[in-house]
Every structure is written in structure tokens, then in C-alpha cells.
Design a protein around this ligand. Structure first.
Ligand code: ADP
Length: 235
């Protein structure tokens, strides 16, 4: 589904992506991991057309996304920091986003799932961080798209909302969707991810299942397996 070929991106003198190659097949949950500053967000933004790479190509279903725009209609993206207009109510924001995207949306099951009904008439500026994140999730999952990109989806969520998020992601996977997730919560990766894609030094340093990573590093705990992976690089 996604093929990234020899992707390069520099910000000034800083090389962030350094000839990165990656293939992601259709269907499943892929965790994009790597230390802070390793280029995860830059990679995702290249995929979304929000950052233009210096060199290389990104193919989606065989077609280059560079200089294209329509492909974005088939991507649902959860940004990391939801800076919603504070003077709008939740309902107004939902309607605004529905008007912006040229495809049908169904927010009602998500309003119920995340318990957002009491907040619909409240202004976004008055909501807690966790409730804002639930709104953020609703805006992402209310559309039906083949590719779903979630940047730190668990931020601020209480345990019940976290369970609902996991259920929602699993349901999307069962429908054949491709889901890319960045997160620092390794228990979430351990439980959810079919594959790990680990970025280091602007390249893919590891790609494989959680089990493969554990076997390769001889660590049964994912956090230690990741630490092992990085320390091997340092050595
Ligand atoms: P990650 O998501 O893995 O933490 P990022 O892709 O956000 O990493 O950032 C990689 C590096 O690129 C960081 O050092 C960051 O400061 C830098 N960077 C990201 N975006 C920009 C930008 N627009 N201008 C300058 N530097 C940037």
C-alpha cells in the first residue's frame, strides 16, 4: 500500500531522513517508533504532504503522492497537538470538519463510545486535555478511510477511554484498514502492533513483529528490547 523510496529531508544542516526506504503492506497496525527527534513526525508529514522531501518518492497504491492532493481524502489523521479554536463548541467543530471534508461522516457512535454527549454544547476552550483528545479521536474516526495515521493517540486518556480507543483501532483493522501509530507507550505497542518500524539516524533500523524484536534482542520485555536495539547502535 505504502512504498517509501530513498527519502531525504534536511532542515538547514540537520539531516532528519537520510535515504529512508520502507514498504508497508495493506491492512494491520504498524507502530512507528524511534527516539525523540528521530524523524517520526517528519516521515508522517511527508506522507501527508505537509513536509516536502528533498529527494526520493512516496507511493500510495503505486502512485506518487508528491505534488498530489486528492489522495489525502482517503487518509484519517490524528495530530499530536489538537489546537482547537477555543470559542467553538464541540458540535460546531464537528460540523465544521464535516463541511471541510468531501466524504460522509458518522460521529454518533463515537459520541456515545467516548461519552461526549454532555460536552457537545460546551466550548472547546473549557474542556480538559483528556476530553479534547476524545474529540480529536472522534474527528479522526468519524470518516471512513483506508489509511489511518495516529500521532500519540493515548495522550491524556483515562483507562476506560483507552480501552475504547483500542477497540476502535481493532475494529478498523478488522475492516482491512492500515493503521500507523506513533507512541511512547510500549505496553500499547506490545498489545496492539502487528509490526514495529524503528527509525534511527534517518533510516529504518528495524522492521518486524514485536516477537521478532524480542527474539533478536533476547529481551522478553519490549521496553528493554528497544533499549537494547538503541544501545547496540551506540556501541
Ligand atoms: P520525532 O517525531 O521522531 O520526535 P521530528 O520528525 O519531529 O522527530 O523531528 C526530527 C528533527 O527535525 C528534530 O531535531 C526537529 O527539531 C527537527 N525539525 C522538525 N521539523 C522541523 C522544522 N520545520 N524546521 C526545523 N527543524 C525541524
Amino acid at each position: 500500500m505504502i512504498e517509501i523510496i530513498n527519502l531525504h529531508k534536511k532542515f538547514g544542516k540537520l539531516t532528519v531522513l537520510d535515504g529512508l526506504d520502507l514498504k508497508i503492506k495493506k491492512g494491520g497496525i504498524f507502530a512507528i517508533l524511534g527516539p525523540n527527534g528521530s524523524g517520526k513526525t517528519t516521515l508522517i508529514k511527508c506522507l501527508l504532504g505537509m513536509v516536502i522531501p528533498d529527494r526520493g518518492d512516496i507511493l500510495l497504491e503505486g502512485k506518487s503522492v508528491l505534488h498530489a492532493a486528492a489522495y489525502r481524502n482517503n487518509i484519517n489523521y490524528l495530530p499530536q497537538i489538537a489546537n482547537f479554536p477555543s470559542n467553538l463548541t464541540v458540535t460546531e467543530l464537528i460540523n465544521m470538519v464535516k463541511n471541510l471534508r468531501p466524504k460522509p461522516a458518522d460521529e454518533k457512535p463515537l459520541v456515545e463510545l467516548f461519552g461526549l454527549r454532555p460536552f457537545l454544547k460546551k466550548k472547546l476552550g473549557n474542556l480538559s486535555g483528556g476530553t479534547k483528545q476524545k474529540v480529536n479521536l472522534l474527528l479522526t474516526f468519524m470518516f471512513d478511510s483506508d489509511l489511518i495515521i495516529l500521532d500519540e493517540p493515548t495522550t491524556g486518556l483515562d483507562p476506560i477511554a483507552l480501552i475504547h480507543l483500542k477497540e476502535t483501532i481493532q475494529q478498523e483493522k478488522e475492516k482491512g484498514k492500515t493503521i500507523l501509530i506513533t507512541t511512547h507507550i510500549m505496553s500499547f505497542v506490545d498489545e496492539m502492533a502487528d509490526e514495529i518500524v524503528f527509525l534511527l539516524d534517518g533510516k529504518i533500523y528495524f522492521k518486524g513483529s514485536v516477537q521478532q524484536l524480542k527474539e533478536q534482542t533476547h529481551e522478553s520485555n519490549l521496553e528493554y528490547a528497544i533499549a537494547h536495539l538503541i544501545s547496540k547502535q551506540d556501541a
